[in-house]
Design a protein around this ligand. Sequence first.
Ligand code: CP
Length: 340
Amino acid sequence: MRHLLSIDDLGAADLREILRITPTFAEVAQRRIAKVPVLRGQTVALLFYEDSTRTRLSFEVAAKRLSADTLNVSVSTSSVNKGESLRDTAETIEAMGIDAVVVRHRSSGVPHQLTQWLDSAVVNAGDGWHQHPTQALLDCFTLESRLGDLSGSHIAIVGDIKHSRVARSDVAAFTMLGAEVTLVAPPTLLPPAVDRWPVRVSHDLDASLAACDAIYLLRMQTERQHEALIPDLREYSTLYGLTAERAARLAPGVPIMHPGPMNRGVEIAADVPDLEQVVVVDQVRNGVAVRMAVLFLLLGSSTGDLPGTSALPAQSADAEASAEGDVAEPVTEVTSGVGG
Ligand code: CP
């Protein structure tokens, strides 16, 4: 794996490989010193042209837990405001010595374009309506943690599908793992070519609840909407918002997911995020481990080694020194087909 641009580029084998190694990185987070020296001496640049809380912070935490240095580019206070182009900005950052760039941009295709200009590994952290592959990876990991094998499971994705890179990435990833996906939205919030997507479509949330093994809510992406697609937000919320009453009609324990940020009172009623079956916090927590796995496969897997888990006595002085990067860490073999 040279870059991570989309779920389709990744493919089913590499998707499964990332999910297979992610628990190793989740285990690192449980240690008293949650750090391994896997990417010591490497630098990951975070280049976010669009707002982000979860993705930017979790890539930063992931890189730091692997002992990489991070270069956090604040686009809003950078020379982008003086008219510097994307290419000049990216090449300037690379000239400082980076190994990977994690990029978010409002335009679809920017991560792919960066691969033409840079030698560094490029990770797509969300490009326009197109893709958000690490969101799909963490969603798959969260779902498998709850449901086990996703083959044959029924997942409903509800909301503004048309403008959602999360929906595009999740549909690709969920169906690669054998799940059956139903998109639930008004016709105006579905993409024009939805008949070519490997999904069922429904305009009736109430009729879709009983058959769900998981339900995934999306916010209205007003920053990408350039026309009035629904008569009014209150009517939308009445028809497509998940209320506590609707949640009670799901089968017991059905995970309720959301990529965040949530708009309480619109796609999700204010009291629903407090329900036990809501896994939004798990999604965020798993996002760090999944992104560690991705960075490891892009930058750290040339030796074929994973950070040791059972090999490290968690409380020993050696383990602490190793976690701080002072001594070589014991490693365990991994048969990764992705790193090549
Ligand atoms: N889910 C997600 O991409 O959230 P952020 O926009 O906060 O990164």
